[in-house]
Ligand binder design. Structure first.
Ligand SMILES: NC(=O)C1=CN([C@@H]2O[C@H](COP(=O)(O)OP(=O)(O)OC[C@H]3O[C@@H](n4cnc5c(N)ncnc54)[C@H](OP(=O)(O)O)[C@@H]3O)[C@@H](O)[C@H]2O)[C@@H](O)CC1
Ligand SMILES: Nc1ncnc2c1ncn2[C@@H]1O[C@H](COP(=O)(O)OP(=O)(O)O)[C@@H](O)[C@H]1O
Length: 487
């Protein structure tokens, strides 16, 4: 068992169907006994040393894990209150066996939550088997968990916070558990790391139950990005600004010049040799008075040159649409963000032009931009962020960064990546412009880079720099420069 906190290694993620397939291959092993023991060990470590532990068990095998854990905790003399929100006669076989062993050990099993606030709650109500918004006795227990948590009880979720969908990180129902800790068993589930998952899971722990890595028999559904993505690329001693590539930022319509400047600054900080700002506002004066290194567009190399990365859209407003036909046709390497994405979503001609591109392209939508690009709603995007990112990548033939808590990286023919870095500190205007610029700047010196991996690097680095308050987009660039910048 181990805690997943930085430094993080890359880990495979398995959704409900894959986890069940792996479980089926290992039915000869006492998985529930191992799971329950692991839960008990972690509960013991988290228990503050006094006060009761409420082990809240549900109607399936998640409840069975809880019953095994409760038996171990009671055997060690801890004050345990076990409840079962189900008909004991209807438990699945392994959970029924765990129930019988708990009774045989003399453990009283109640139908109701405790009367007084527990010090620690072990949430074993619902795991992989969640199939609908909780109702009945399970919903009543979930309400109890929320009430006691608000009164200060710590919560350890078994496998998944009850009410959270393993595959998508969608919270079903209003009382989805907000855990302080979640112990994921046998496999790590993608829903713990994206959508509402990060808000509900708390500190994630993982125990593989001594089952050897599933490997080739079970290709992972996605990959959790690791901190290897944070390493800056070494710069060759003979590098010069010409070898570092160029970035041309096209955006910054009147009133939104700051967005394009943030992107251009980030591109320079990431290591691009030269950065040009093609401001749509046409305001006179330098490209960015505070950053004299940034050049105005005019004498820059053509976007069709392989050494140039074009970033279009940051603060682009409606004006960006007139530039897109040319950029989509010619740009050797293209990143589309913000208003460029909105323009594509609103135009069949631009959509066709994007789909017809043979040169590499990255899209960096937030959920609303993604919804426009897929012709659906934001809740539909958030209901399955992995699928939405995959659909975007396939529909447009591009690499895609679907932003938000647990950003998802998708590219045709690649395994989905989920980024566990970043935080709500990034919920501030301009941080997305910094991401787009940082990505373009990382790409500039590496025209041959695996674009999927490069997107993962950019998102991980941006997220790692965005985990501490106070944060403005400008400070984010400073942090990125200080810790990771090639400049
Ligand atoms: N696979 C593994 O890797 C391993 C799995 N292990 C453990 O098993 C867990 C999976 O067990 P599981 O399949 O029995 O599902 P679980 O989450 O207990 O719930 C199913 C029950 O809940 C019910 N139910 C569903 N939704 C509901 C709702 N909204 N409101 C009320 N009830 C609802 C559902 O009813 P039904 O939908 O069938 O009517 C059914 O009765 C897994 O998370 C892990 O903890 C480990 O022991 C070993 C390795
Ligand atoms: N709660 C959060 N957790 C993790 N990352 C977040 C969170 N909120 C925002 N972000 C990140 O901040 C950035 C915001 O981008 P975006 O919405 O395009 O903002 P803007 O257009 O103002 O630049 C994205 O990289 C997104 O993933």
């Amino acid at each position: 068992m181990r805690a997943l906190h930085p430094p993080l290694e890359r880990m495979p993620l398995y959704g409900a169907a894959s986890s069940r397939a792996i479980e089926r291959q290992n039915t000869h092993l006492p998985l529930m006994e191992r799971a329950g023991l692991a839960v008990a060990k972690l509960a013991l470590a988290l228990w503050p040393g006094s006060g009761p532990i409420w082990v809240a068990c549900g109607p399936g095998n998640n409840g069975g894990d809880g019953l095994v854990a409760a038996r171990w905790l009671a055997a060690h003399g801890l004050p345990v209150h076990v409840s079962l929100s189900a008909d004991a006669g209807a438990l699945p076989p392994d959970a029924a066996a765990a129930h019988a062993r708990a009774l045989a050990a003399g453990l009283p099993i109640h139908a109701e939550p405790p009367d007084t606030t527990p010090a620690l709650i072990v949430d074993a109500l619902l795991g992989l088997g969640l199939s609908r918004p909780p109702a009945g006795a399970v919903a009543a227990s979930l309400h109890g968990v929320a009430k006691f948590a608000a009164q200060g009880a710590r919560v350890l979720a078994v496998d998944l916070p009850s009410g959270l969908m393993a595959d998508t990180g969608t919270a079903l129902g209003e009382h989805t558990v907000r855990a302080d800790h979640t112990l994921s068993l046998l496999t790590l589930k993608p829903g713990l790391f994206t959508g509402a998952g990060r808000a509900h899971a708390g500190q994630v722990w993982f125990d593989d139950l001594d089952v050897s890595p599933p490997g080739a028999h079970h290709p992972a559904d996605a990959e959790l990005l690791g901190d290897d993505a944070l390493r800056p690329m070494p710069r060759d001693a003979t590098a010069h600004k010409g070898s570092q590539g160029s970035v041309r930022v096209v955006g910054g319509a009147a009133g939104m010049e700051g967005a394009a400047r943030l992107a251009a600054r980030a591109a320079l900080a990431a290591g691009a040799g030269r950065v040009y700002l093609d401001a749509l506002s046409n305001a006179p004066g330098p490209a960015d008075p505070a950053w004299p290194e940034l050049m105005r567009a005019g004498a820059e190399p053509a976007v069709a040159q392989p050494g140039v990365v074009t970033l279009a859209g940051c603060g682009g407003g409606a004006a960006i649409a007139t530039h897109l036909p040319g950029l989509l046709a010619q740009a050797a390497r293209l990143v589309l963000d913000a208003d460029a994405l909105n323009a594509v979503a609103g135009s069949a001609a631009l959509t066709s032009a994007l789909q017809a591109r043979t040169q590499p392209t990255v899209l960096t939508p937030h959920p609303l931009e993604a919804a426009r690009l897929l012709g659906c709603t934001v809740p539909e995007i958030q209901a399955d962020r992995l699928r939405a990112a995959q659909n975007l990548a396939e529909r447009y033939g591009c690499s895609v960064v679907l932003k938000g808590s647990g950003s998802v990286i998708a590219s045709p023919g690649h395994r989905l990546g989920v980024c566990p870095r970043g935080s709500a500190a990034l919920a501030s205007a301009g941080t997305g412009d910094v991401l787009a610029g940082w990505l373009a700047g990382l790409w500039a010196p590496e025209p041959e880079a695996d674009l999927h991996a490069l997107c993962g690097r950019a998102v991980s680095q941006h997220g790692a720099a965005g985990e501490a308050l106070p944060l403005r987009a400008s400070t984010l660039i400073e942090r990125l420069s200080a810790t990771l910048g090639a400049a």
